[in-house]
Ligand binder design. Structure first.
Ligand code: PLP
Length: 434
């Protein structure tokens, strides 16, 4: 049996213990001076359950790009979630977990030839397109693939708009693309869209679903008789204190209007941040402090993770991260204004522009919630700073739920305290260095 790496283990914790208490337990022992994530498995499991309850007609295909942590993938697979992969490596990662290729959509409308060939060799036979040359590529490399036309329908406000890059215009481009697909003898089976990641205009889903219904009609008129799939993309909120309710109501109503139950159309979505954003809390430690060169009253805190690491979400995902001192010093220390910086030598490596908080000291810890989406998957080791480790925890109730689910193996679970796991990792890395 393969020995699981520390990061693949799930530490079982008492039902009453909070993530904050776990972090305090870890830092109290001084076993670690690197940043680390606590991955709350229960948060992910609850998201999976909530989705099933409030969007029962919509089968989620988790967007692997959002966070490709293997435990995330395994747990979602165990819950019956399918996968949206954008590349050969993402497909391989999902298949390596034993997931059937029929549970994957290759949802990248502009694919490299070698990736299309790989998808074909692995029987991944569902993909998206939004341009003519993609159709020719698919015709020559994977002609029996089932195709989903991606149309553009942008939310008026989104954290990461995607329409500038992907999606064909439903009125001016979709008709000729469908006609070409038909001439090439390809199999178009559905329509997809993505209103934008971090969508701040939930009614965009209504517009996009209505537009998709128009494309279904057109495709059927052109002779595509197997139009069975509507893919409503991603864009669902995932942070703590956000709710899926509003967007779910809008989606459910629009589906009932345009794609009523029993009309033979399967509805899928590609949520990323919804599942993982709130499940990951990042803890960072201050290693240096200085006064700003042009303002002695402004304190600059240097922490051990930055925009080249976990906080790449500030650059790529346009995230605003919220720092929280692990301990509350509001009664014992003066309030000071400051900023928070990453560890690299780049002036761009700024994590928080401005904070007003009790004065912090070297070795104090700052935590950041909602760090599960578009963080880990794009982090680099620039300047030699290692990738931030993830420690997963599940309480007894979640453990009992998961252990009955196949294929989550019992081997993942451990009653060893996280502190002991960290000590083990540290001593192994000292051995490796020698
Ligand atoms: N599907 C596609 C094709 C995407 O490009 C993305 C994000 O960029 C997603 C799904 C996931 O979006 P979100 O994380 O907003 O749910």
């Amino acid at each position: 049996m393969r020995m699981l790496r520390a990061e693949e283990q799930i530490h079982i914790i008492d039902n009453k213990v909070t993530v904050e208490e776990i972090i305090k337990d870890i830092v109290r022992t001084n076993v670690i001076s690197d940043p680390f994530y606590i991955f709350d498995i229960g948060d992910l499991v609850n998201k999976a359950i909530t989705w099933q309850q409030i969007l029962p007609r919509v089968k989620p295909f988790y967007a692997v790009k959002c966070n490709d942590n293997s435990l995330v993938l395994e747990i979602l697979a165990a819950f019956g979630t399918n996968f949206d992969c954008a590349s050969k490596a993402e497909i391989k990662k999902v298949l390596d977990l034993g997931v059937n290729p029929s549970r994957i959509i290759f949802a990248n409308p502009a694919k490299m030839a070698s990736h299309i060939k790989y998808a074909m060799s692995k029987c991944v036979d569902l993909t998206t397109f939004d341009n003519e040359l993609e159709l020719y590529k698919i015709k020559s490399l994977h002609p029996s693939c089932n195709l989903v036309i991606r149309i553009r329908c942008d939310a008026t406000e989104a954290q990461c708009p995607l329409g500038i890059k992907f999606g064909c215009d439903p009125l001016t481009q979709a008709p000729s693309l469908l006609a070409l697909a038909h001439d090439l003898g390809l199999s178009v089976v559905g329509v997809s869209f993505h209103v934008g990641s971090g969508c701040n205009e939930p009614t965009a889903f209504q517009r996009a679903i209505a537009a998709s219904a128009g494309i279904f009609k057109l495709a059927r008129e052109l002779g595509f008789m197997n139009m069975y799939l509507l893919n409503i993309g991603g864009g669902f909120p995932g942070n703590k204190n956000t709710s899926l309710d509003e967007v779910a109501n809008i989606v459910n109503d629009a589906l009932n209007e345009w794609f009523p139950p029993n009309n033979g159309v399967t509805i899928i979505a590609e949520p990323g941040r919804y599942f993982v954003a709130s499940a990951f809390t990042l803890s960072t430690q201050i290693h240096s402090i200085k006064k700003q060169s042009n303002d002695e009253n402004h304190i600059m805190y240097f922490i051990n993770d930055g925009v080249y690491g976990s906080f790449n979400n500030i650059l790529y995902d346009h995230s605003v991260v919220v720092p929280k001192s692990l301990y509350d010093y509001s009664r014992s220390r003066p309030i000071c204004e400051g900023s928070i910086w990453g560890p690299t030598c780049d002036g761009l490596d700024k994590v928080v522009d401005f904070v007003n908080m009790p004065l912090l000291e070297i070795n104090d810890w700052i935590t950041f919630e909602n760090m599960g989406a578009y963080t880990i998957s794009a982090a680099s080791t620039f300047n030699g700073f290692p990738l931030t480790k993830v420690f997963a925890v599940a309480n007894q109730t979640i453990y009992n739920k998961l252990k009955n689910l196949m294929p989550i193996s019992e081997d993942h679970f451990t009653t060893v305290p996280i502190v002991a796991t960290i000590k083990m990792i540290q001593s192994k890395s000292i051995e490796d260095d020698v």
